[in-house]
Ligand binder design. Structure first.
Ligand code: FAD
Ligand code: FES
Length: 225
């Protein structure tokens, strides 16, 4: 049974370009049907967007680790889920498990970027949207919202789960919360062989596809942002 945070490599059989499968978080698993939610970024996702019922894709998975649930010493902390853009695809399966025992902060450039907003709003105990143009929720970023949310409160009361652009993850790391982030690195093999997905951490480089994609957010070394 795939766990929240795990991913599949999805490929287009019979094509030389793109040759490699692409990684996508498992968005939904219901009645034997696997669903992925993706944004068109390049050639692979553009071709995927033109697929019709009956077309074939190749999938490999579930791969990688998963979000640890708030257990043991973290049991009493409030799960704080923070999604930027398509990061919601990774966090929605976790939200479906945590449901009302969670706060969900969802940021994007505008309302059109906030996908599945009704499902997220319906499931979360507390839901706050943030858009840079103010077209949905508060005007600002998800990081602005989290900053306001934790101001004056005990940071140890929260357990962060984040997925989104690396710049957002780095800013969240700066807030000093305990928790996890899923890293959406470019991948080639997805199975730990090519070393193309290396993530720098405080304990050395780790492969996002096998030792991730979920990492302790305070162990990741964000260099490029
Ligand atoms: C574990 C994991 C889970 C993911 N889950 C999802 C998901 O659920 N939904 C979703 O829409 N996307 C997800 N992604 C990102 C997705 O894999 C890329 O968008 C996809 O590979 C793009 O393929 P493409 O052939 O269309 O574009 P490409 O031709 O591969 O790339 C087009 C452009 O996008 C950039 N790009 C490619 N991959 C990434 C990436 N991983 N991060 C940032 N920029 C990238 C390239 O540098 C290039 O500029 C996930 C990535 C990982 C590692
Ligand atoms: S994608 Fe090849 S090692 Fe991770």
């Amino acid at each position: 049974m795939p766990m929240p945070g795990q991913f599949f490599m999805v490929g287009l059989p019979g094509r030389l370009d793109p040759l490699l499968k692409r990684p996508f978080g498992l968005f939904r698993h219901e009645d034997g049907l696997l669903s992925f939610m993706y944004r068109v970024r390049g050639k692979g996702t553009l071709i995927m967007s033109g697929l019709v019922p009956g077309d074939t894709v190749e999938i490999l998975g579930p791969l990688g680790n998963h979000y640890p649930l708030p257990e043991g010493k973290y049991r009493i902390r409030k799960p704080l889920l923070v999604a930027g853009g398509t990061g919601v695809a990774s966090l929605l399966p976790l939200l479906r498990e945590l449901k009302k025992n969670s706060i969900f902060v969802y940021g994007g450039r505008n309302r059109d970027e906030l996908l599945c907003i009704d499902e997220v709003r319906g499931l979360a105990g507390e839901f706050i949207a943030a858009t840079q143009d103010g077209s949905e929720g508060v005007r600002g970023t998800a990081v602005d919202v989290v900053t306001d949310l934790i101001r004056g409160r005990d940071k140890d009361g929260f357990l962060l789960y984040a997925c989104g652009p690396a710049g957002m993850l780095k800013s969240l790391q700066g807030l000093g919360l305990q928790g996890y982030c899923a890293m959406e690195e470019n991948m080639a093999c997805g199975t730990g062989v090519c070393l193309g997905c290396a993530v720098k951490t405080s304990t050395g480089y780790k492969r996002a596809c096998t030792e991730g994609p979920v990492f302790d957010i305070n162990e990741v070394v964000f260099e490029r942002f």
